[in-house]
Design a protein around this ligand. Structure first.
Ligand SMILES: [Zn+2]
Length: 137
C-alpha cells in the first residue's frame, strides 16, 4: 500500500507578548527583543498541517483535505484568529505564546481529530523566514 503525506495550509492573525514574569524586565527585554513589547504586537501566522497515511483505494486520498480544512478551522483557527494569545486563549495562561508552544497547542487540538492517517507534522510560520516544526514528541 502506497503511503503519502498530504498537507494543508491555513492562516491566522494573532497578537502576543513574550514575557516571563519570573525573570527581570531587563532579562525579558534582552531575551525577547521586540516580542517583549509591553502592549503586544501581531503576527500573520501560516500553519501547515501534514497528515501521513495509506492511500484509500476507494477515494485515492490519504485524507480528504476539505474535511481536514474544516477540522483545523474549528479546532485551531477559531480559537486563535484575531485573538490576543496571552489574554484570550486559556491554554497560554501559564505558557509563553512562542511559535514553539503555539505549534504544540495546534498539535494537541488537531491530532485526536484526524479522521484517517495520522498527524505527522505541524509547521508554524511566524514570519516568512521563521518557522517551527512539531511532530508530537
Ligand atoms: Zn512576536
Amino acid at each position: 500500500m502506497a503511503r503519502c503525506v498530504v498537507a494543508r495550509r491555513l492562516h491566522f492573525n494573532a497578537a502576543h507578548r513574550l514575557h516571563n514574569p519570573a525573570r527581570s524586565d531587563e532579562w525579558n527585554r534582552e531575551t525577547f527583543g521586540p516580542c517583549n513589547n509591553p502592549n503586544y504586537h501581531g503576527h500573520n501566522y501560516e500553519l501547515d498541517i501534514l497528515v501521513e497515511g495509506d492511500i484509500d483505494p476507494d477515494t485515492g486520498y490519504v485524507v480528504d483535505v476539505a474535511i481536514l480544512k474544516q477540522l483545523a478551522e474549528a479546532a485551531i483557527v477559531a480559537h486563535l484568529d484575531h485573538k490576543n494569545l496571552n489574554l484570550d486563549v486559556p491554554w497560554f495562561r501559564n505558557r509563553l505564546p512562542s511559535a514553539e508552544n503555539i505549534a504544540v497547542f495546534c498539535w494537541e487540538q488537531l491530532a485526536p481529530r484526524i479522521p484517517r492517517g495520522r498527524l505527522a507534522r505541524i509547521r508554524l510560520w511566524e514570519t516568512p523566514r521563521n518557522y517551527v516544526d512539531y511532530e508530537g514528541k
